[in-house]
Design a binder for this molecule. Structure first.
Ligand SMILES: Cc1cc2nc3c(=O)[nH]c(=O)nc-3n(C[C@H](O)[C@H](O)[C@H](O)COP(=O)(O)O)c2cc1C
Length: 366
């Protein structure tokens, strides 16, 4: 990687000129580029020393960003969205990039290959990704083993769970319950993923009967907080009804949103998968805003979808998000992005006269 990175050191600040790397990276198939990134991000666990300077400059731990939530300390509110580290191979590397927390998965009970390739595409002009991965992952046993080796974690970890493709819809609940049992007390929160567009029938589980049964059973098994992650493609009314009901049934929080199947957002869409990144930004925000109007103060809200700047992260926080997540932005803006967003958040919070992020969460709801 060093061949193409222009690294310069000034007062222990290491900056990576991503504009030099990006054209080369984007010559690779998106999935190959992701594997390359994974190879690099595995390194901080194996040989931490060379990465310490990067960690020190990129992990922003300013008191103003610290908050206690879900029984743990979040040193900053910017986390990695599910789907990047499906197999828990990069936990240390992700912290090195400056993320305040990570979410591994989606993990399914059995390993599965996911959909046929190619299944990930870039819309470069639109700074967006279209993916139809289909929960490719090494399966719960392997991921659990890896998580056990990483314990204790230095940043909070969410465990995002889903059903296997071959599990019939009527059996789906058993997959989720099995995963909750297996990962109980092995992370800081669970995420129920029934909002990916890439597993046939999965989004049909976004219904009252399933959610009610799932949360009732899950809450009897685990004390770990459980979030429901929702799709951006339902009407605001339906989303409010669904999330309100989930909270009544025991959900500890809502993550909004997953990718969208609104292909009109890009000029040359593929006919599979879901869109993320810049084109999702407004759609995701509007749905988050609608839910937050109803649920802010009653549950914990995490906003994800097209966040690519401190201003956008701050908009979500003031709308009611305790935490935000990023995935696609990292692909288009590179490894300095999380540091820049956190530094920007510190600046914005101070400019508004806040002494801690918790004072800004939901500031626009009052
Ligand atoms: C390649 C890719 C794979 C993803 N895989 C998952 C997944 O396994 N589980 C999940 O809940 N979300 C998954 N997502 C959705 C992201 O977690 C996030 O909700 C979505 O991309 C919007 O955020 P962004 O615009 O910052 O990317 C995936 C997204 C991408 C781009």
């Amino acid at each position: 990687m060093v061949i193409i990175t222009k690294i310069y050191t000034r007062q222990y600040t290491i900056m990576i000129n991503y504009n030099l790397i990006k054209p080369l990276l984007f010559k690779l198939e998106p999935e190959t580029a992701h594997h390359l990134a994974e190879c690099v991000l595995r390194l901080p666990k194996i040989c931490p020393d060379p990465f310490k300077y990067f960690l020190n400059s990129h992990f922003i731990d300013d008191e103003i960003l610290n908050q206690e939530l879900l029984g743990c300390t979040f040193l900053n509110p910017v986390g990695l969205g599910a789907g990047f580290d499906k197999n828990a191979t990069m936990i240390e590397g992700i912290r090195t990039l400056g993320f305040g927390f990570t979410e591994i998965g989606t993990v399914t009970p059995q390993p599965q290959d996911g959909n046929p390739k190619p299944r990930m595409f870039r819309h470069i002009e639109q700074e967006s990704i279209q993916n139809a991965m289909g929960f490719n992952n090494e399966g719960a046993y392997k991921v659990q083993e890896r998580i056990d080796k990483t314990f204790p974690y230095l940043t909070p970890i969410g465990i995002n769970i889903g059903k296997n493709k071959l599990t019939h819809e009527h059996e789906a609940i058993n997959d989720y319950i099995k995963l909750i049992r297996m990962f109980n007390n092995k992370g800081d929160y669970f995420v129920i993923n029934i909002s990916s567009p890439n597993t046939p029938g999965l989004r049909d589980l976004q219904n009252e009967e399933f959610i009610s049964e799932l949360f009732t059973k899950a809450k009897a098994i685990t004390k770990m907080p459980i979030f429901l992650k929702i799709a951006p493609d339902m009407s605001h009314e339906d989303a409010i009804a669904l999330t309100t009901m989930a909270v009544e049934k025991g959900a500890d929080g809502i993550i909004a949103t997953n990718t969208t199947i609104d292909y009109s957002l890009v000029p040359e869409p593929k006919d599979i998968g879901g869109l993320s990144g810049a084109v999702l930004q407004e759609k995701s925000f509007q749905l988050f805003e609608a839910i937050a109007k109803e649920l802010y103060g009653k549950t914990i809200l995490i906003s994800v979808g097209g966040i690519d700047s401190a201003d956008e992260a701050y908009r979500r926080i003031k709308a009611g998000a305790s935490l935000v997540q990023i995935l696609s932005g990292l692909v288009f803006h590179g490894p300095d992005m999380i540091m820049n967003i956190n530094k920007g958040l510190v600046r914005l919070l101070k400019a508004d006269g806040y002494t801690n992020i918790t004072q800004a969460i939901g500031a626009n709801r009052n």
